[in-house]
Structures are given as structure tokens and as C-alpha cells.
Design a protein around this ligand. Structure first.
Ligand SMILES: Nc1ncnc2c1ncn2[C@@H]1O[C@H](COP(=O)(O)OP(=O)(O)OP(=O)(O)O)[C@@H](O)[C@H]1O
Length: 224
């Protein structure tokens, strides 16, 4: 069995024939780790995540992820579809044909993992942005996702909720053995990562120690 939860090998993808977005892009995330993906605007980060979810297929190369995979969007209002917290987490389990008792148990366990069990009956509209992101993460936990992909999940959050969320995901990775890949532009989030990638023009140009990347970005050696 591979040591990687996410293995992207020489992937190329173009939205149109004139402009390749990903060019021989490779990236590997070890199992049970929390890695971040940074890069210049338009370098292809969101496109790469869409390939990982299977929403897009690469024109060449290989995309391999340990399944099941959960996805958290930048804007939770594009993701949460049911009226209440508990109903939304349960909705993600419909395809699994579980008994009512099993569904209830999975929902409660997932909400407890993100410290939201007390809000199970609350309407989604009455949640803060950070709470909504936790509901989206609970949906992935309820489905027993091994891999969590998060595309700028803190972009709409205030600084306190931002750091609460990144800390929560780090704890989930460390306590549950999940693997997470988190796209961000925010350098302070790198303090929570096990490793980081930097993307430029459709390729990973740096990878490894997040503190080293942070220092290089702060010094202007690479620009995000
Ligand atoms: N649906 C689409 N149709 C056509 N082109 C697209 C589409 N989505 C993205 N692109 C183009 O692909 C390139 C990479 O975009 P992508 O959103 O993957 O970059 P990104 O690194 O996530 O950017 P940002 O940091 O600004 O969010 C850009 O040139 C963008 O205009």
C-alpha cells in the first residue's frame, strides 16, 4: 500500500487549447498529514483541486487519492443544502443506505468531532461563517472521509474564526488519521501545516517545510 494519501503524477490540463493551466504538475501528500497549497493568483490551485475531486479529468497524467474524499468550498453557502445542521450532515449519508439509528449515530459523532453537537437543531442561516465551515467538515467526517480537500476555507472568515478553523482541522488530522490539503493565501496558517507546496504557472515549484516557505514569501523570494 502506498504511503501517499494524495498522489498527482505529471498531470496536464487546459480549459482551452490555447492556454494550458496545469503542465506536468506533480504533488504528493503523505497519509495522516496536513499540507497546504499556496501560489500566485491564477496559477491553477482550484483547477488542481477539481481534478482531485473528479469534477474534471486530466488530459494526461495520473490522479490517485485514498477514498472517500471530502471537499470544503470557500463559501459554505454553496455547499450546505438542508435547513438545519443535523439534517445537512445526514443528507450526505443518503447514498449509504444506513439505518436511522446508524445515521443518527454518525451525525452525532461527526458534530461532536467539530464541537457542534449542541447546535444539531439550529437552522443553517443562524450560524456564523466558521460554524458553517465546521458543518461542511462534519459532513465529510460522517461519510468517514480519509482525505479532506479545502479550497480557501477561511477566505470569508474574520481572523479569530480563521485560526480556530485551521487549528480544528489540524486536530482532526492528528486525532483521526485523516489527510488534509488546504489551499490558502494566508501566511499565518502555515504555522499549522506539516508541509506546504507553492504553485506557479501550473506547476509545483517549491514543496516541503512550511516555515521555510513562509520566510521566503515574507522576504519576497516567492510571491503568493
Ligand atoms: N471554468 C473555467 N473555464 C475557463 N477557464 C478557467 C475556469 N476556471 C479557471 N480557469 C482559468 O484557469 C486558470 C487557473 O485558475 P484557478 O482558479 O485554478 O487558479 P487559482 O490558483 O486557484 O487562482 P486564485 O488564487 O486566484 O484563486 C486561470 O487562468 C483561470 O482563468
Amino acid at each position: 500500500m502506498s504511503e501517499w494519501a494524495i498522489a498527482i503524477e505529471s498531470v496536464s490540463f487546459s480549459w482551452s487549447a490555447q492556454s494550458p493551466v496545469l503542465q506536468n504538475c506533480s504533488l504528493h501528500v503523505p497519509k495522516g498529514q496536513f499540507w497546504m497549497l499556496l501560489g500566485t493568483n491564477g496559477s491553477g490551485k482550484s483547477t488542481l483541486l477539481k481534478l482531485m475531486t473528479g469534477l474534471l479529468a486530466p488530459q494526461s497524467g495520473q490522479v490517485n487519492l485514498v477514498q472517500p474524499v471530502g471537499f470544503v468550498f470557500q463559501n459554505p453557502d454553496h455547499q450546505l443544502v438542508m435547513p438545519t445542521v443535523g439534517a445537512d450532515v445526514a443528507f450526505g449519508l443518503v447514498a449509504e443506505n444506513l439505518s436511522t439509528a446508524e445515521t443518527r449515530q454518525r451525525v452525532q459523532e461527526a458534530l461532536a468531532a467539530v464541537n457542534l453537537l449542541h447546535l444539531q437543531r439550529r437552522p443553517i442561516y443562524a450560524l456564523s461563517g466558521g460554524q458553517k465551515q465546521r458543518v461542511a467538515i462534519a459532513g465529510a467526517i460522517a461519510r468517514h472521509c480519509e482525505v479532506l480537500l479545502l479550497d480557501e476555507p477561511t477566505a470569508l472568515l474574520d481572523p479569530d474564526s480563521q485560526l480556530d478553523l485551521v487549528d480544528q482541522v489540524r486536530q482532526l488530522v492528528k486525532t483521526r488519521g485523516m489527510t488534509a490539503l488546504w489551499v490558502t493565501h494566508r501566511l499565518d496558517e502555515l504555522n499549522y501545516a506539516d508541509g506546504a507546496f507553492f504553485m506557479e504557472a501550473g506547476r509545483i515549484v517549491e514543496s516541503g517545510d512550511p516555515q521555510r516557505l513562509k520566510q521566503r514569501m515574507m522576504a519576497g523570494a516567492v510571491r503568493g
